[in-house]
Structures are given as structure tokens and as C-alpha cells.
Write a protein that binds this ligand. Structure first.
Ligand SMILES: Nc1ncnc2c1ncn2[C@@H]1O[C@H](COP(=O)(O)OP(=O)(O)OP(=O)(O)O)[C@@H](O)[C@H]1O
Ligand SMILES: [Mg+2]
Length: 254
């Protein structure tokens, strides 16, 4: 089980995340929704061990992850919000480096890299440098890097960023399949339909505080609405139509 217990992170006097707790069982796909700046990426960084919480703890199978971060990371597949890829390495070289750092068996690693590059339609570009890749190609390399060692826990921060329709659909189906095969998945997104489709549970953040945490079916039922309406109802009092109209007016006046 993956547990977050009263996670709090302060960058300044105002906490970016406050008292966030959840338990994730194998097979659960927990979606994390929230407006910009609500603390999603900060939460993700604490769950991956990249950021130490100001208070609280993350436990995997009963053990605080900070006790042995290196072995926890072996179980982890993480797609960060922002890609830090090496532009002078080819896609193949980058994945080889990641697999080697994770101490993957070499034969298995090469087979896996080759197959995943084909499945993600990157095989023809495997010997081109990452600097020449499009945004979607870089994102697909990041996805491969996150899953190639068959981890138990998947943490995705806006994983669909830059992906075209086909790649996004493949990825959504993959996330569902990961859940069905008993993996742990934590999935941050702004795309409500995706969360509605691929997640079993949802956690909604507002200003660093959890304001709703339930199964996707229940959360819609409680308010008798789609997730989009529920989300807007819970987090914002903004009339999006009004704001869009005002933006057009401002542009016209310029
Ligand atoms: N390194 C940092 N130093 C200071 N403040 C930070 C830092 N990182 C994040 N914050 C602040 O913490 C809050 C939460 O940021 P976070 O990146 O977790 O939000 P988010 O929900 O991921 O937003 P987005 O949807 O835009 O990705 C914001 O107010 C942000 O300004
Ligand atoms: Mg973020």
C-alpha cells in the first residue's frame, strides 16, 4: 500500500500543500485534480521523494520512503511535469542510460527499449538526437523511460502534455490496463474527461488543501453532475463564459 500521511509543504509562510492524506491500494488509479498552483506537482514531488515534506510522511508497504529512497525509486515510474532530457543524446542512448542507471538486465533492457520504441512509434527516430524531437516525441520518450523497468507505482504529472490523439488514447488505455493489473497509479491532470475515464478515485485540491476525495462514481453522484461541473462547483466561483467574453472585449479594444 502507498500512503501519504498528513503531507505538508511550506515554501513560504503559506503552505503549498497542507495535511494531505490518502491510501492507495494496488489496482487503484487515483486522479489528482486542481487549478493551477493548487499543489498537485508539489504533492507529486513529495510522493516521488524529490521533495522532503515540511511535515508528514509517505509510506510504501509500511516503510517511510525516506528511509531507503534508492530502493523505493526502483519501484517507481515517474513522468514529471517538465521534461529534463539531454538534447545531445539520441532517444535510444537516453533510454539505455536510464535502464543502466536502474540496473536493468542488459538483454532484457535492449529488447524492452526496442519494443516500446516501436509501440510508441518512435523506432524510426531512435538514432536521432532528442534535441531534434517534437514536443510529443519527447513526451513519449519520457513515458517509455517511466515504464520500461516495469515498476509497481506510477506517478504521472500531466502525462498527456503535447501528445496527439492516437498517442493520448494509447496512453489512457495503458493507464487503465496498469490499474487492472494491480499497479498503484497517481495521476495528475487538468483534463477532467481523462480523469473521469481512467481513474477509479479522485482527489481534488484547492489552495493546497484536499476539498474532495472519493471514487469517481460517487463524486459525480453526490452532486448529481459530471466531474466537470462538480470540479467547477468545488474549486472556483468563476463564470468561464463571462471571462472568455471579457478577454475578447479586451483584445478588440487593443
Ligand atoms: N520551488 C518553489 N518555491 C516557492 N514556491 C513554490 C515552488 N514550487 C511551487 N511553489 C508554489 O506552490 C504552490 C503550488 O504549486 P504546484 O506547482 O504544486 O501547483 P500545481 O497544482 O502543480 O499547478 P499547475 O497546475 O500550474 O501545474 C504555488 O503557489 C507555487 O507558486
Ligand atoms: Mg503542476
Amino acid at each position: 500500500m502507498l500512503e501519504a500521511i498528513q503531507l505538508t509543504k511550506r515554501y513560504s509562510s503559506l503552505p503549498a500543500v497542507q495535511d494531505l492524506s490518502f491510501r492507495l491500494q494496488p489496482g487503484q488509479v487515483l486522479g489528482c485534480l486542481g487549478p493551477n498552483g493548487s499543489g498537485k506537482s508539489t504533492t507529486v514531488k513529495m510522493l516521488t521523494g524529490l521533495l522532503e515534506p515540511s511535515r508528514g510522511v509517505v509510506r510504501f508497504n509500511g516503510r517511510a520512503i525516506q528511509e531507503d529512497l534508492a530502493s523505493y525509486r526502483m519501484h517507481l515510474g515517474y513522468v514529471p511535469e517538465e521534461a529534463h532530457l539531454y538534447p545531445y543524446l539520441t532517444g535510444w542512448e537516453y533510454l539505455e542510460m536510464v535502464g543502466t542507471l536502474r540496473a536493468m538486465n542488459r538483454d532484457r533492457m535492449y529488447l524492452t527499449i526496442d519494443s516500446l520504441l516501436q509501440l510508441f512509434s518512435l523506432h524510426p527516430a531512435r538514432h536521432a538526437t532528442i534535441g531534434t524531437y517534437s514536443k510529443g516525441m519527447r513526451q513519449r520518450i519520457l513515458l517509455i523511460a517511466a515504464i520500461m523497468h516495469d515498476p509497481d507505482i506510477f506517478i504521472f504529472d500531466e502525462p498527456l502534455s503535447g501528445l496527439d490523439v492516437t498517442s493520448a488514447l494509447i496512453f489512457k488505455n495503458l493507464v487503465q490496463a496498469l490499474g487492472r493489473s494491480g499497479k498503484f497509479v497517481f495521476y495528475c491532470s487538468h483534463v477532467l474527461e481523462v480523469v473521469e475515464k481512467v481513474c477509479t478515485d479522485v482527489l481534488i485540491l484547492r489552495k493546497g488543501v484536499v476539498i474532495a476525495h472519493d471514487s469517481v462514481t460517487n463524486i459525480g453522484k453526490i452532486l448529481g453532475q459530471s466531474l466537470e461541473n462538480t470540479f467547477l462547483h468545488l474549486v472556483d466561483d468563476v463564470d468561464t463564459m463571462d471571462v472568455a467574453r471579457d478577454i475578447v472585449e479586451v483584445m478588440k479594444a487593443a
